[in-house]
Design a protein around this ligand. Sequence first.
Ligand code: ZN
Length: 381
Amino acid sequence: MQPPPPAPTSTIVTAARVVLPDRVLAPGWVECDDGVIVAVGEGELPGRRVADGWLVPGFVDQHTHGAMGRSFEDTSVEAVSEAVGAMHARGATSVIASLVSAAPDALHEQVGQLADRCDEDLIAGIHLEGPWISPTFKGAHDPEVLRNPTVAEFEELLVVGRGHIKMVTLAPELPGALDVIAVCADRGVVAAVGHTDATFEQVEAAIDAGATVATHLFNAMRPLRHRDPGPIAALTEDPRVTCELIMDGIHLEWPVARLARRAAEDRLVLVTDSMAAACVGDGDYMLGTLEVQVRNGCARLVSNGSIAGSTLTMDAAFRNFVNATDAPVPIAVRAASTTPSVLMQLRDRGEIRAGLRADLVRLNDDLELQEVWRGGEPVTG
Ligand SMILES: [Zn+2]
C-alpha cells in the first residue's frame, strides 16, 4: 500500500526494523511532525534509503541520580540540564530524577526545586529513594538521615512536589510504611519496595497495601535464601509488581539477570541508577553528602566500599540485557521504554505509535546507539 505523501514540514525516519507495540516492521518508517509521530508504515518509501538496525521508542530511565559530573542534589537549571542532556544523548529521552536520603529541610528544598525542573520539561518526574529505608541495607545512603516514614512528612513533600513525585522507595518493615504506601496508592504515586530487610510476609503486606515496584531487585535488600525467601521471592512472583534491574554487570551477575528474566520477563524495568560519573569516567565524586570513588567504571563509597550507584547509560543497559539474557529486542523495548512510561504515567510516550511524542532511538545491528530524536528533534551528544 502506498503511504500518503508526507507533509512538507515533517521528518521521516526509516530503519530495517521498527519495533511497534505488537509487531516489528521490517523495514519500516515513522513520520514525525511538530514533535509527534503522525504516521507509521511498513516497507520502503520511494527515493528513501532504509537505515540499518533497529528503531525503538526513546528510553525512560525511572531511576538515576545524575551524570556528567552532576548529581540531582544540585537542582540548578545548569546542573540538571547538563546531566539530562548527556542522558538524552544516550537514548534516555525521559528521565526521572532520583534523590537519595536527606534531612527533612534539604529534601523539602530539593523536591521543590526539581518540581520547577519538571515544569521546564528537563525531567519527567522525581523519585524519592529514601529517607525511609533500612539502616541494614542503606547502600550508599547517609545513615544519619534515615528515619521512619510518616504520612505527615510525605504529605508535605507531595505539596512541594506539586504532582511531580512519581515514585517513592521505602522499606515496608519500618513503622508507618504501610500507611505511606496506602497514601501513594491513593495519590497515584508508585510505592517501590527497596533498601529493605523485610520478610516475605512483610513484602506481601506492602504489595497488598499498594506497592507495585521492586527498587533494583537483588541490590540493597535481604537476600534470597531457601528457608528465608524475603523480598526477592515476594517481588518476583507477584504479578502486581514490576522489578527494576541494573544491567551493568556489576550490580548483577548475568546468570542472576537471566533468572530475573525467566521469573518476571513481562514485568521488568531497566534502570541505570547512574551517579555523577556516568558519561564522564573514573574520578572522585559526591553522592548526596558521601564521597564516592569511581575506578574502572565501578562506583564505591570511600567510607566502606559499598557500591554507590552505577556509571551505566540506558543504551548500554538495553544492549547488555539483550546480550546477557538472550531477550528478543521487543522484550527489551518493553523493559526500557514502554513499562517505565506506563509506571511513571507518561502516557504520551513509550511506544512507536501515531499520536505519541516522537522520542526515537536508532541502534545498529549490534545494538550500539546511532541516533536519538526527542520530541522529533535530533539529539546530539
Ligand atoms: Zn538509586
